[in-house]
Ligand binder design. Structure first.
Ligand code: CTP
Ligand code: CA
Length: 224
């Protein structure tokens, strides 16, 4: 796939990207989290910026450098990420949700450090809000989800695409250990709401991000 989009062609377009994991506190020194380096989301934020978009990156804790020229909003928990998305969503034309949001959080957060005791320990979890599914989407907004699946990939991707009313979902196969997660490379398949599918061959996440933004922008520019 070639870069059909000229540099700065997303000028004037506001984009919102979520990235990284969230952290759900157990006590003041422990938390539950997801495996996510944030690399793919940061690469997408950089690619959108490269094409001229005005980018806000809402990120959970990562070890990555903030991309230049991008507004960065740092959050920890799924609830904080949900609030930040609600705040920045209204003006955004393009929304790309790459974050690995925790699906559950401990019901009780202990204010001090828990001490060990004999026997088992139980932590009861409650569901977090599904940000992507419940956020107030507006007509004309382009909303892209991500998913990581280890089986029934296409069926699960399509189910999320429709359940969350997305324009497209970008899915990677986590049964493979050479891509995704902490890797600098990835390989993804993009499922669009019109039924079309685009497979992006294994490449550096930065290259893949440019390809993804090209595909997304092509759709965005043709529909507006
Ligand atoms: N997502 C979100 N808020 C959540 C959970 C997920 O915004 N609380 C978003 C992710 O950022 C991603 C998409 O939804 O873009 C799909 O996430 P995924 O975890 O694959 O979907 P779930 O609906 O949580 O299903 P699963 O049971 O497979 O985890
Ligand atoms: Ca999930």
């Amino acid at each position: 796939i070639s870069y059909l989009i000229a540099e700065k062609s997303l000028q004037g377009i506001k984009a919102l990207v979520t990235a990284g994991p969230t952290r759900e506190k157990i006590d003041n020194v422990r938390f539950i989290t997801n495996r996510s380096s944030g690399k793919m989301g940061y690469a997408i934020a950089r690619a959108l910026r490269y094409f001229g978009a005005e980018v806000t990156l809402i990120t959970g804790p990562t070890t990555l450098l903030a991309p230049a020229g991008v507004e960065i909003v740092r959050v920890e928990s799924a609830a904080e990420m949900a609030n930040a998305v609600d705040e920045y969503l209204p003006g955004s034309k393009l929304v790309v949700m790459t974050a690995a949001v925790a699906d559950y959080r401990p019901i009780d957060v202990f204010p001090n450090k828990l001490k060990k005791h004999p026997g088992e320990m139980t932590i009861t979890l409650e569901r977090t809000r599904d940000i992507l599914m419940t956020m107030k989407k507006k007509p004309g907004q382009i909303v892209i989800g991500f998913c990581a699946e280890d089986r029934d990939i296409e069926a699960r991707a399509r189910e999320k695409l429709s359940r969350k009313s997305l324009d497209a979902i970008v899915c990677n196969d986590i049964s493979r250990n050479d891509i995704a997660f902490e890797s600098d490379e990835n390989e993804v398949t993009v499922y669009f709401k019109d039924g079309s599918v685009e497979h992006l061959r294994k490449a550096a996440k930065d290259v893949l991000a440019l390809e993804l933004v090209t595909i997304i922008a092509r759709q965005l520019l043709s529909n507006s």
